[in-house]
Design a protein around this ligand. Structure first.
Ligand SMILES: Nc1ncnc2c1ncn2[C@@H]1O[C@H](COP(=O)(O)OP(=O)(O)OP(=O)(O)O)[C@@H](O)[C@H]1O
Length: 411
């Protein structure tokens, strides 16, 4: 039985006088002990609110939760605030993106660590201080006894994130949720922090839910990956399967948009056009359709279901998946090699190259050119004779535009 089993999680923000926002819509995944599961997607796809819901950190007012999130037989979504408080620390812990705003700026780091040891492990005085120093030492903070007396602003960004990790693991939680833990750090520190997380998983069997927009992090760390788009999982697969054959056009585009060091000089980058705001409601069809070079009219007939067009355990929510093999490279390293390298990296070895794309796998939104948004469907989406808008290989952009867009350009 998985340690955490999320089943059809939905999160809706409600408010008087404004339209409800369905931020997460029927997301399901499992996390086993000692397993790293990734939630990946661009800004606004619902990654952070998923983690906050699991930690019981969303406000009660104005938020509707649906589905189940069973941890060790208990539904985290329905536990009382008190029960949830006991759950955090010992069972569940979270590492946030920005260590500076997660630490209290006016309390020395040591006191923030010992507070946790006192509350959850009943430790006091010198024993708690010693344990706090040991924890800082374990996460690689040099001279821990001195550092304990310092305030967060006196630590470097990497050290602050290490201190947060020390606090998160202080009670040896069985499950760790890391929400973009390396985004605020420079690339060398990123690799060290990822190594540290990997060690925790390997040595303590911690289950790790890794939330990231960074495919380098996924390649280096995750066993299982869920690619989210507009609140739904559009592809769920093992890391190898995903990198070897990204099958949903969004996942395919994400992997294809990673800059390559071996690309010929002047070769344009291949971002996914538009932004997450160019979408339709899932109830009307695939939310990604307006940005998709592979859409057909079928995409507009209701919510596509998760199916397994390329193999058992590789779920894809698309009626017109990318089934041709594509070579996806991460910074010049074929993806499979990058994954192999990442897998083979022992904890005491330097981080795999696969961690490197961390910097370059920028949010698609950030790198999207000022191109016109995708076709406004369904009005302009006219089928070819076979009922399909011209399928396009995203490799072949810009000619490979959907038929409707070509017409728009021509007019
Ligand atoms: N309090 C709120 N009220 C209304 N909508 C919200 C609220 N919080 C989040 N949302 C919406 O929920 C969606 C998902 O947000 P979320 O923060 O989970 O995205 P994300 O994938 O984590 O992005 P990022 O990487 O930028 O944090 C977004 O559309 C966001 O606007």
């Amino acid at each position: 039985m998985p340690l955490l089993s999320v089943d059809e999680l939905s999160i809706t923000f409600t408010g008087r006088g404004r339209r409800d926002v369905r931020a997460v819509d029927g997301v399901s995944f499992d996390v086993d002990q000692g397993q790293v599961v990734g939630l990946v997607g661009e800004s606004g796809c619902g990654k952070s609110v998923t983690s906050l819901a699991l930690m019981g950190l969303l406000p009660k007012k104005g938020v509707k939760l649906g589905g189940r999130a069973e941890y060790d037989g208990k539904d985290l979504l329905t536990l009382s605030p008190n029960a949830m408080r006991d759950m955090r620390g010992k069972h569940l812990a979270m590492i946030f993106q920005d260590p500076l705003s997660s630490l209290n700026p006016v309390i020395p780091v040591g006191l923030q660590v010992t507070e946790i040891l006192e509350r959850h492990r009943g430790m006091k005085g010198a024993a708690a201080r010693k344990e706090a120093a040991d924890l800082l030492d374990r996460v690689g903070i040099p001279d821990p006894t001195r550092r304990l007396k310092e305030y967060p602003h006196q630590l470097s960004g990497g050290m602050r994130q290490r201190a947060l990790i020390a606090m998160a693991v202080a009670c040896a939680p069985r499950m760790l949720i890391a929400d973009e833990p390396t985004t605020a750090l420079d690339v060398t520190i990123q690799a060290q922090i990822l190594e540290l997380l990997k060690e925790l998983v390997d040595q303590q069997g911690t289950a790790l839910l890794m939330i990231t927009h960074d495919l380098g992090v996924v390649a280096g760390l995750c066993d299982q990956v869920n690619v989210l788009y507009a609140g739904k999982a559009v592809e769920s697969a093992g890391r190898r399967e995903l990198f070897a054959q990204p099958t949903h056009p969004y996942a395919h585009g994400l992997l294809g948009s990673i800059p390559r060091l071996d690309a010929p000089r002047g070769e344009p980058l291949r971002p996914i056009r538009g932004s997450i705001n160019d979408r339709i409601d899932w109830a009307d069809g695939c939310a990604f359709a307006p940005r998709c070079d592979h859409y057909t009219l079928e995409c507009l007939s209701g919510t596509p279901q998760l199916t397994e067009p390329v193999g058992a355990g590789h779920g894809v929510r698309c009626v017109n998946p990318v089934l041709t093999g594509v070579e996806v490279k991460t910074l010049g390293v074929p993806a499979e090699q990058a994954v192999d390298a990442a897998v083979a990296t022992a904890p005491d070895e330097p981080a795999a190259e696969a961690d490197e794309p961390a910097e370059s796998a920028e949010s698609v939104e950030d790198s999207a050119p000022a191109e016109p948004a995708g076709p406004k469907i369904p009005a302009q989406a006219e089928p070819e004779a076979d009922g399909k808008a011209e399928p396009a290989d995203s490799d072949a952009a810009p000619e490979a535009k959907p038929e409707a867009e070509k017409k728009k350009d021509a007019s």
